[in-house]
Design a protein around this ligand. Structure first.
Ligand code: HXC
Length: 510
């Protein structure tokens, strides 16, 4: 018996070595941790339970029949993050470059299916040369089965991808089907077609980093939701994000202990909106002043900065925040901002996370580039996402809410539950100057008359009271008590029940 136990230990030790000391050293040399080191940092100490450690591929071509490494390039299992269960897989680049074989895919399928069955998130750490070239179609079907499970799991359990090395070719579609993608700067990249093929086919000369590095995907393509400097920082931040999320679509996000009074008054908010309506201010300041302990996990902080999306907690409860940012493009909505916010709102709605909208929006950004780029369709995504959402929706208009943008940003008629406005709010079809130019075109040459018309319009429309008189705004509130009003509102809405009409699924304007 002693020998048998020793044999098991020896087999385990061999499997844990993956591709061996030399390849581990090469991995470290690139500033990357190994798959197992990453899981150790991601999960609570000692919580990782591994599955399928001894799985081997079944390939017999290209000498592969003599080339086996236990585990076949991916470490899978489950563990806990701050005591809450999660399923995980981490591709091991030291084993056949982390490439995906039929059996490697089956290991991932197993944890995906267990995650759905047991109602726990799945976190995939990607570091792979893509489909195992020696296996041909067997590897391709392996990928497809991973994609199929990603699709089935969407909206059932949170799925998080961390790109910690290469992710190339069709392989990128597994992370792309998950809820969030994070990347590590300078050591990860994602592209469908690599630089060499690009050079041959399109004559474009570009480095892998330029084509698909973290900067590209967090600032240009919006494929990734965030980037971190190294593996350790990335994994620590995933733990932080995980704490904001429920385990599945029937669970509620955890309520964390909080040390920040819900009725905290913040007098600095009374003077946050500048007297001059054309001057910007930083909406992030409002977000952090409302949040418990100023903790804000921002999604896509470097893309479409004219809208802020992310998670905060109020009275320990997770809230998804969507906020126009007057510092960028005066807070205008455009195609990118609409897509970014729509996707975030749909995530919150899938997982029963209430949505707080902070509104200061002068309208949709005008211009041919927007129209030609399909802003109508992209803006409709945001409208659809807000209107479809059945989670508690609290809206605070701090300043401008003009035109179509007012209609989109979670107003009463998109089933906003509680709609508040600061006294500085201006709810109208458009700003005074534009309105007077249309309504009083004949008086435009006359400065005195124009000024009188502008003053008249401002008096009538550029306030929250017209909307409040009709009940479209539930209450005009003191800026200083915004946190308290939101906290009380969310407490009221905690057990909200609202169903959409039965349908197979809607047809979101894609
Ligand atoms: C089998 C692979 C492999 C692969 C890498 N390796 N990719 N083995 N299949 N796809 C092996 C290498 O042979 C090498 O083995 C080890 O992994 C490390 O690779 P290196 O090339 O030495 O590492 P590096 O220089 O860091 O380059 C990494 C790389 C490169 C850029 C990822 O390996 C590469 O270009 N690989 C091929 C990428 C690719 O085109 N994949 C197919 C994408 S299409 P040894 O034994 O020498 O250490 C795809 C389709 C999916 O995935 C479709 C889904 C629908």
């Amino acid at each position: 018996m002693g020998d048998i136990l020793k044999q098991l230990d020896a087999r385990r030790a061999e499997a844990r070595l993956g591709g061996g000391e030399k390849r581990i050293a090469a991995q470290h040399g690139k500033g990357k941790l190994t798959a197992r080191e990453r899981l150790e940092l991601l999960l609570d100490p000692g919580s990782f339970e591994e599955f399928d450690m001894f799985v081997k591929h079944r390939s017999t071509d290209f000498g592969m029949e003599k080339n086996h490494i236990a585990g076949d390039g991916v470490v899978t299992g489950w563990g806990t993050i701050n005591g809450r269960k999660t399923f995980v897989f981490a591709q091991d680049f030291t084993v056949f470059g982390g490439s995906l074989s039929e059996t490697h895919a089956q290991k991932i399928n197993k944890v995906q299916e267990m995650a759905m069955k047991h109602g726990a998130p799945i976190i995939g750490l990607q570091d792979s040369g893509g489909a195992r070239i020696q296996e041909g179609v067997a590897a391709l079907t392996g990928y497809t089965s991973v994609f199929q499970n990603n699709i089935l799991a969407s909206g059932v359990i949170p799925q998080i991808s961390v790109i910690m090395g290469p992710s190339a070719g069709g392989a990128v579609y597994s992370p792309a089907l998950t809820d969030f993608i994070f990347m590590v700067r300078d050591s990860s990249y994602m592209f469908l077609t690599g630089p060499d093929v690009l050079k041959t086919v399109t004559n474009e000369v570009v480095t892998a980093e330029e084509l698909g590095g973290a900067k590209t995907h967090t600032t240009k393509s919006s494929v990734a939701d965030g980037a971190y400097d190294n593996d350790m920082e990335a994994l620590a931040e995933i733990r932080r994000l995980f704490d904001f999320l429920p385990l599945n679509n029937r669970d509620r996000a955890p309520v964390r202990p909080f040390f920040d009074k819900h009725d905290r008054i913040d007098e600095s908010l009374d003077t946050m909106v500048p007297d001059n309506p054309n001057l910007p201010y930083d909406m992030k300041e409002l977000v952090t002043k409302i949040a418990d302990e100023a903790d804000f996990f921002e999604i896509q902080p470097d893309f479409a900065k004219n809208i802020l999306c992310g998670f905060i907690r109020i009275e320990g409860q997770t809230v998804g925040v969507v906020a126009n940012q007057p510092l960028v493009l005066a807070g205008c909505l455009d195609s990118d901002a609409s897509r970014k916010a729509a996707r975030f709102i749909r995530f919150c709605d899938c997982f029963e996370i209430p949505i707080l909208s902070l509104v200061d929006v002068p309208g949709f950004l005008p211009g041919t580039s927007q129209e030609f780029g399909g802003v109508i369709k992209h803006g409709a995504k945001l409208l659809y996402a807000y209107g479809e959402a059945t989670v508690p929706k609290v809206t605070v208009i701090t300043r401008k809410a003009y035109g179509g943008a007012y209609c989109v940003m979670a107003p009463k008629h998109l089933r906003g539950d509680l709609n508040y406005a600061w006294p500085t709010a201006q709810i109208a079809v458009m700003g005074a100057k534009g309105a007077v130019e249309i309504l009083h075109r004949k008086d435009l040459g006359d400065e005195e008359k124009t000024a009188a018309h502008i003053a008249d319009y401002e008096e009538k429309f550029l306030s929250p009271f017209r909307a409040a008189e009709r009940g479209y705004i539930d209450e005009v509130i003191q800026p200083r008590s915004t946190r308290k009003r939101i906290a009380r509102g969310l407490a009221l809405l905690k057990d909200k029940k609202l169903d959409n009409p039965w349908k197979k699924h809607g047809n979101l304007p894609l």
